[in-house]
Design a protein around this ligand. Structure first.
Ligand code: UDP
Length: 331
């Protein structure tokens, strides 16, 4: 029996593959490598297929050949800004891709799926910190497609009996402690890696997207969670389903909010670089504040995040970026 990880060559996917291997699971990865990195996969330990999730036949064959019993589903486009400019790409890759995956799963009688969802499903929340019961009203196409994917799973469960856990994560950051894998996006759009590129003298300044939000310093507030803590939550969610647990949705965050300016300041302390910042216009689709209430995951999945200090999280990312200034292209 194996676990199929879609998008397992991506940032959070590759860290989860590592956590599954550490837990003694057999792992099969499919990734179309449009944004993932083959270098992040240890092919001595993992069976890897370069495969797009929209290829239903190939997915079905892989599930059959490897006796796949559960899926962890990361493969998706995940950039807020891009999703506003090219919504069709997000509906095709994310929504139609998930439909193909779920169809392949039902054809092969695969029983469980853990799904990589997002706090972007909430939009601008009415209450903070955000509970899973908060209404979902996404402010961007990315969040809308992830919510549609979650809902699709609910109807597939009714028809075919497969159970699911959707993990709505807040802002992933950091890198594996052993330094083997980390964050490498092209183009990079995320705050922490961009700030660290300034500290590596790869860019002159960091742009701050909007300082006129209704927050203490006017910049957006986010809840940053270490990628290894996210990976651990996926393994725990899988165990919950394997033990007969019911389908559910869980937030994953630390419960602490940091503004864009606070992140830049923390990175200055970690790196010793002045990291010049320049105020710019708001980025389309960004909610002002996203902070998780993850007590449900703590209580029901027995998930306890290990990385709670923002400077430690940034230090872990900094270690990876210093050792791999060009990301996986170094290798
Ligand atoms: N951000 C910024 N400058 C950048 C990149 C991001 O000010 O160069 C802001 C962005 O507007 C958001 C926060 O940093 O408020 C986190 O953005 P990121 O893209 O890292 O994650 P997201 O919250 O979109 O998932």
């Amino acid at each position: 029996m194996s676990i199929l990880v879609t998008g397992g060559a991506g940032y959070i996917g590759s860290h989860t593959v590592q956590a599954l291997l550490d837990g003694g699971y057999n792992v099969v990865v499919v990734d179309n490598l449009t944004t993932g990195h083959i270098e992040s996969i240890n092919q001595a330990q993992v069976k890897f297929y370069s495969c797009d999730i929209r290829d239903k036949e190939m997915l079905s064959r892989i599930m059959r050949e490897h006796s796949v019993e559960s899926v962890i589903h990361f493969a998706a486009s995940s950039l807020v800004g891009e999703s506003m400019k090219d919504p069709a790409k997000y509906y095709d890759n994310n929504v139609y891709g998930t439909q193909c995956l779920l169809e392949a799963m039902s054809s092969q009688n695969v029983k469980h799926i853990v799904f990589s969802s997002t706090a972007a499903t909430y939009g601008n929340p009415k209450q903070l910190p955000i509970l899973e019961t908060e209404p979902t009203m996404p402010t961007n196409t990315y969040g809308e497609t992830k919510l549609t994917m979650e809902r699709m799973m609910r109807w597939f469960e009714q028809a075919y009996g497969m159970t699911y856990v959707a993990l709505r994560y807040f802002n992933a950051a950091g890198a594996s402690e052993n330094g083997a894998i980390g964050e490498d996006h092209t183009p990079e759009t995320h705050l922490i890696p961009l700030v660290l590129q300034v500290a590596l003298n790869q860019r002159e300044h960091i742009s701050v997207f909007g300082d006129d939000y209704d927050t203490s310093d006017g910049t957006c507030i986010r809840d940053y969670i270490h990628v290894s803590d996210l990976a651990d939550a996926h393994v725990k969610a899988l165990q919950h389903l394997q033990d007969g647990g019911t389908s559910d949705v869980f937030n994953l965050g630390n419960g602490n909010g940091y503004s864009v300016l606070e992140i830049i300041e923390a990175a200055r302390v970690v790196t010793g670089h002045s990291i010049p910042a320049r105020m710019e216009a708001r980025r389309e689709g960004d909610p002002a504040i996203l902070i998780a209430d993850a007590s449900k995951a703590r209580e029901q999945l027995k998930w306890v995040p290990q990385w709670t200090d923002i400077q430690q999280i940034i230090s872990s990312a900094w270690k990876w970026h210093q050792a791999n200034p060009k990301g996986y292209a170094n290798e």
